[in-house]
Design a protein around this ligand. Structure first.
Ligand SMILES: Cc1cc2nc3c(=O)[nH]c(=O)nc-3n(C[C@H](O)[C@H](O)[C@H](O)COP(=O)(O)OP(=O)(O)OC[C@H]3O[C@@H](n4cnc5c(N)ncnc54)[C@H](O)[C@@H]3O)c2cc1C
Length: 401
């Protein structure tokens, strides 16, 4: 079967890889000049089912949120009771399977992508611990390994943590961790090409025509026919699918990242974090990526891509200086803004779209890097006509029918 994958973010690359591995003839179309150039570019890098719990996802209020009132209503209605909810179970199943699939790929393909195990959720005060209780309850329900540790133990795990900011306690998630998403995407792309897949860069897909032999039109005016088309265009998917009367409640949730080289001090180990941390108060992650530190977070619903980034960046710098003062060379810091492709249930939609020949793998929200490898495997098994490796209830388009 000849399959086109549209979009080469982490989701598109992982999808192309699984499809090529399953023996399909794969062509990837990407409007940018390389893989992972949009939402998968400079992300926090957290991996694992633990970080998908509620401490990572509160929305920053903005006036433009009003434009998304129906979306907010849908989200509130779905998420008000996380415990025992269908979406929570689906998220956990996919996140756990995805972490295992990523580790398996890293092992079998011998991939190095600045990965480090372990994540600490930092709780500044007793109040923070109280606010973390719903997240803790969710971890217990999911059976995710976790341990509440005293400040002293947390500092022993992350010796670079500064001592001027009060730390009440921390939650240790031993099976979560960090890895460089963009680097992984480049490595996986090379592997996918070795399996015979083609990547067509600098070509935007402007139109889809569903059918027995679905077609797509590219920005150079060419028409291409395939047996199946998989849409992995992240936050841009709504625009591509709307002319087909497939209206997904997909919105961009903007976030920011600051990446800076660590500042070595002669004779001392490199400062900064060893692996991953989350500041629970600010919903900001601090991660070690090779010789660099990255602070990432902020969830702005709506707004313009060129909105004033200053307040968000200020928060990120403050969190870095609170926990790792002086550890990084801030003069050389790089800033980035990306749009998380987010559906109200914080779950992606996978599988057959209901339109002949058009399949979907999109809407991975705040955890696309964590979910990509698992979602890709589930989709490729579905397309091969085999039983998917996990239960897909809640992950398909059926959830809106
Ligand atoms: C600040 C920030 C921090 C984050 N931190 C984490 C984290 O720690 N852990 C985690 O798991 N997730 C994290 N995420 C979320 C994660 O980055 C996303 O969920 C994920 O990158 C989405 O991947 P994607 O492939 O669906 O989208 P994208 O990476 O945006 O890929 C979509 C691709 O489709 C292409 N495209 C779009 N339209 C067309 C078209 N018409 N024709 C051709 N190509 C097209 C785009 O150019 C793009 O390359 C973070 C996100 C942000 C913004």
């Amino acid at each position: 079967m000849r399959i086109a994958v549209i979009g080469a973010g982490i989701v598109g690359v992982a999808t192309a890889h699984e499809l090529a591995l399953a023996g399909f003839d794969v062509t990837v179309f990407e409007q940018r000049g390389s893989v992972a150039a949009e939402a998968s570019f400079a992300i926090g890098g957290l991996i694992g089912p633990g970080h998908a719990a509620p401490w990572g996802s509160s929305l920053t209020p903005r006036a433009s949120m009003l434009m998304h009132l129906p979306w907010l209503w849908r989200r509130w209605r779905t998420m008000r009771r996380p415990r025992g909810a269908w979406w929570s179970a689906a998220l956990h199943r996919l996140a756990s399977f995805s972490r295992d699939r990523m580790l398996e790929l890293a092992r079998t393909l011998d991939m190095e992508f600045e990965q480090n195990p372990g994540c600490l959720v930092l709780l500044r005060t007793a109040g923070d611990l109280k606010r973390a209780q719903p997240g803790l309850a969710q971890l217990r329900e999911w059976g995710v390994a976790h341990e509440l540790v005293e400040a002293g133990s947390a500092r022993a795990m992350e010796p670079g943590l500064g001592d001027t900011t009060p730390l009440y306690a921390a939650l240790h998630l031993p099976h979560d961790g960090v890895g460089n998403c963009r680097q992984f995407a480049h490595l996986l792309k090379a592997q996918t090409q070795r399996q015979g897949a083609r990547f067509r860069f600098d070509l935007a897909v402007s139109r889809l025509s569903p059918g027995e032999q679905p077609q797509l039109r590219t920005s150079d005016g060419e028409q291409h026919g395939f047996d199946r088309i998989v849409v992995c265009t992240g936050a841009a998917a709504a625009e591509l699918l709307a002319p087909l009367k497939l209206r997904l409640p997909l919105v961009p949730v903007y976030g920011y990242a600051v990446t800076a080289p660590l500042r070595p001090i002669e004779g001392l180990p490199l400062p900064g974090p060893r692996a991953a941390l989350i500041d629970q108060r600010h919903h900001v992650s601090i991660t070690r990526l090779g010789q660099r530190v990255r602070v990432a977070g902020i969830h702005e619903l709506g707004g313009r891509p060129d909105a004033n980034a200053l307040p968000a960046l200020r928060t990120l710098y403050r969190v870095l200086e609170d926990w790792f003062p002086g550890a990084a060379s801030l003069r050389d810091a790089q800033h980035w803004r990306g749009a998380r492709p987010t559906l109200p249930e914080a779950l992606p939609v996978l599988g057959d779209s209901g339109l002949p020949g058009i399949w979907l793998n999109l809407g991975h929200g705040a955890a696309g890097w964590s979910l990509a490898c698992g979602a890709a495997r589930v989709l490729s098994e579905q397309m091969a006509g085999r039983t998917p490796p996990i239960e897909t209830t809640g992950l398909t388009i059926e959830r809106w029918r």
